[in-house]
Design a protein around this ligand. Sequence first.
Ligand SMILES: [Zn+2]
Length: 199
Amino acid sequence: MSFLNFHTHCPLPEGEATLPAFGLHPWYLTEAWEDDLQTLFPPSGIFLVGECGLDRLCQTPYARQLAAFEAQIRVSEQRALPLIIHCVHAVDDILRLKRSTQQPWIIHGFRGKPQQMQQLLLHGFYLSFGFLHHVGSLRACPPNRLFLETDDTAKPIASLYTMVAAHRQTTPDLLNRQCWDNAAALGFTSTLLNNCDSF
Ligand SMILES: [Zn+2]
């Protein structure tokens, strides 16, 4: 079974699989983001919308970020696709916007403390952890809400599975199975995986 790498921007090494996603990242939103969304968004062959989201520390005007995020929330709801989220100092807005939605939302690269994690879990969020994480949160995250990812790091995900399995007193294989089960709970099937090109 391939290791599930929930979110990566790098070419996948042998033995890893990811879930096809498409979205406009808050760092790279141009003034023409609405046209980009219209013209770039593929009509099929994706499983997740994103990564998209909100980042109070980046240069993109926050109002533009909010508008683009809300537009992608609408795509996620209309097409019944889960949403993968980039969130930097914007949890309040993320929680507020989540309230009126149905689709699962996954915070990627989660580095928050356990208290913040509990708040997100209460609202139904999934959390995807990378090499940089808060160990207390990683240990306390319920197995059925957890994913692992390398994001823009070129390291193999197997090393992250090994590290996280040690923290959670399990094995890399069992952890990987759990992550695939979680992908299945989001509606992802192996048939879909075989039919899609991964971004
Ligand atoms: Zn990313």
